[in-house]
Design a protein around this ligand. Structure first.
Ligand code: HEM
Ligand SMILES: [Fe+2]
Length: 441
């Protein structure tokens, strides 16, 4: 039931994203085992923690970007009322991106890495990513430029993906002064998740809400302006919350503290915004699971990014919690709540249509959703407990790193337990998405 032939390219993007999602989470379980037990040195020598971590975090970035790109290719034709500018470019770009991702993962196994967390892929491969990104942005831009009707959603999407691509460049050069290197590394990491990706999320969520609810465009777009304005206002200067302890000028304590403390505001508005649209909806809800995912996204986005971000963003708190398991707790809740769920919203919106199914049988998917959401809440809370313990032992009692870790092992075992449950939720969801069937009437 797709409306435009070129939307079909999305199928391969989304499929590959789902496979990498499984790999990412499986690697996460392996990391938890590393923390929960003392492994034999021989094993660590051949497959180190650092390698597993690089695979865990880079496959995370890769599958989410694939989902964003596939999602854009699915949504743009509908929003622009025309085919994509070039299907060939879309396939070529996928080939380059997927080839680079696979090479990067194999490379990690042999120690070929640039060593910057989340962006470990080496510089020659970075250039290939840049080529793929340029093809993508050009394809999106041309499709929008050639569209007969203009909408704010189109422009926000274009702004989001262009901003995303440009920022990637700042992670490529290596500065010998590590302070400088980290300064720019944050431009990628922070300005991605709290800038470019938020724009993208706002645009995609708005589009899907309009499609599903039939709420008037004007109503949704009005909110988009407010949210975007606020995101840029708080998110850009909010970068300062990463400059407290890396040798940057100390005015960042104030700037970063105040602006980043305001960051939950736009996210909260998104929740409110979704809520209003639900009340004003006109269309009947055909697929309740997609609906559940949209509300899950709104609430979990607020919890993980807004609440758990705010908790440790002020300098007097961050002084103690910086780089601890508290950071890990927030990282998991925020990435899952905002971007894993956004991607899943896109998958549950697009994949039934790609299969020509209007109303799908959602039983397994419902199990998948609740298993993942419940397990992730526990994972976040347990990392949080480990983090409070770590902060107390290491930074208040001044005990050594290893002593603190030994005292935290129980909590890592608990994370391992809930991680296994989370993985089962992921497998259910991915299997469900790959084998979607019509609902029995
Ligand atoms: C969806 C949006 C967000 C995502 C995906 C996200 C993700 C992350 C991740 C992965 C880290 C760890 C980076 C590292 O040290 O390697 C981090 C750090 C941090 N985040 Fe977020 N974040 C988001 C939004 C926010 C918001 C809105 C706030 C503030 C209100 C915030 C506050 C912080 C702070 C203060 C740190 C530094 C922690 C430390 O000093 O160790 N984040 N975030
Ligand atoms: Fe940040």
């Amino acid at each position: 039931m797709i409306r435009y032939e070129s939307q079909k390219v999305a199928r391969y993007y989304l499929g590959l994203a789902l496979i990498l999602f499984c790999l990412q989470v499986a690697m996460g379980l392996w990391l938890a085992i590393n923390y929960a037990f003392t492994l034999p040195q021989g094993l660590v020598d051949v497959f180190s923690f650092a390698t597993a971590r690089a695979i865990h975090t880079n496959t995370l970035v890769a599958w989410m970007l694939l989902g964003f790109m596939g999602g854009s290719y699915f949504i743009l034709p509908i929003e622009c009322k025309r085919e994509l500018f070039s299907v060939k470019i879309a396939y070529l770009q996928l080939l380059i991106f997927a080839g680079t991702a696979v090479t990067a993962v194999i490379g990690f196994l042999f120690g070929w890495t640039q060593g910057k967390p989340l962006l470990e892929i080496p510089v020659p491969l970075d250039f290939l990513i840049v080529v793929a990104a340029l093809l993508f942005v050009a394809n999106v831009a041309m499709t929008i430029i050639l569209a007969k009707e203009r909408s704010i959603i189109q422009w926000m999407l274009l702004a989001g993906v262009t901003f995303l691509a440009v920022l990637y460049l700042f992670g490529m050069p290596f500065f010998k002064d590590l302070n400088v290197d980290y300064y720019y590394w944050w431009w990628v990491i922070h300005l991605w998740v709290e800038g470019a990706w938020e724009l993208f999320t706002a645009a995609i969520a708005a589009f899907i809400i309009i499609e599903v609810t039939g709420v008037e465009r004007k109503v949704v777009e009005k909110w988009l302006y407010v949210e975007t304005g606020l995101f840029l206002f708080t998110g850009l200067v909010g970068t300062g919350h990463h400059y407290y302890w890396i040798g940057s000028p100390d005015y960042w304590l104030w700037w970063g503290g105040i602006f980043s403390a305001l960051e939950p505001l736009p996210v909260a508005l998104m929740v409110l915004d979704t809520w209003m649209h639900i009340r004003e909806r006109k269309n009947p809800i055909v697929n309740p699971l997609l609906w559940t995912y949209i509300m899950g996204l709104a609430l979990f986005h607020f919890l993980g990014a807004g609440v758990f971000g705010f908790i440790h963003t002020l300098p007097p708190v961050n002084y103690y919690t910086h780089g601890s398991q508290i950071t890990v707790s927030h990282g998991h809740l925020a990435f899952f709540g905002a971007y894993a769920l956004l991607n899943l919203v896109v998958f549950y919106f697009a994949m039934p249509q790609l299969k020509g199914i209007e109303k799908f049988d959602d039983r397994l998917g419902v199990w998948g959703f609740w298993t993942m959401v419940t397990a992730m809440i526990f994972i976040g809370l347990i990392f949080g407990v480990a983090g409070v313990l770590q902060t107390y032992l290491e930074r208040i009692l001044d005990l050594g790193y290893r002593t603190a870790q030994m005292n935290m092992m129980f909590w890592f075992r608990a994370v391992l337990f809930f991680g296994a449950i989370f993985l089962s939720g992921v497998l259910m969801t991915v299997y469900h998405l790959f084998t979607l069937k019509k609902a029995a009437d």
